[in-house]
Ligand binder design. Structure first.
Ligand code: HEC
Length: 147
């Protein structure tokens, strides 16, 4: 029931963003198909988190696959057919959240190429050093000390 509420919220958000401004279509897709599980921001309340946040996912993806083309290819394949052997995320995450359910049927391969390429270009945000560290997510940038 909780998830249903969250999906409704996500749906409303998408409706709003597509009205108010022409958001990046890739982000709209992410919001519709992935954001119910993967938060785009650091979750304030970890107790109802069901999957690693997007910034953490992308940090690990890039550590393993720094090349964008290779990373996108890996992600498209993984998202349609996740297995423990393929997973680059820490084993601890799989223990905690379980393996990601295949998104086959929920998202097409073409949509996934758009989404994962956007993910690669925008995450993790600059200055992010891992979930265990204090993060500044842009807020601390350009602190304007001195002048
Ligand atoms: C039902 C919840 C759920 C949805 C929906 C979901 N994911 Fe995931 N995802 C997970 C969980 C849980 C993990 C961590 C375990 C794992 O890696 O399999 C994960 C892991 C990942 C990873 C890391 C894979 C690895 O190598 O470990 C990527 C990349 C990813 N998700 C992308 C996406 C994208 C893109 C979408 C939308 C098309 C999406 N996910 C939708 C739950 C979800």
């Amino acid at each position: 029931m909780k998830l249903k509420n969250r999906l409704v919220t996500v749906g409303t958000m998408i409706a709003l963003t597509s009205f108010v401004n022409a958001a990046d279509p890739a982000e709209v897709l992410f919001d519709a198909k992935c954001a119910a599980c993967h938060s785009k921001t650091r979750p304030a309340d970890m107790s109802n988190v069901v999957a690693p946040a997007l910034m953490g996912v992308m940090r690990h993806i890039k550590m393993t696959y720094p090349n964008k083309e290779v990373a996108v290819k890996f992600m498209v394949d993984y998202i349609l057919e996740p297995t423990k052997e393929k997973a680059i995320c820490m084993p601890k995450k799989i223990e905690r959240f379980g393996l990601m359910p295949s998104q086959k049927g929920n998202v097409t391969e073409a949509e996934l190429k758009t989404i994962t390429s956007w993910m690669f270009d925008n995450f993790p945000p600059e200055g992010f050093r891992g979930m265990g560290h204090g993060n500044r997510q842009g807020k601390g940038q350009g602190r304007g000390q001195g002048k």
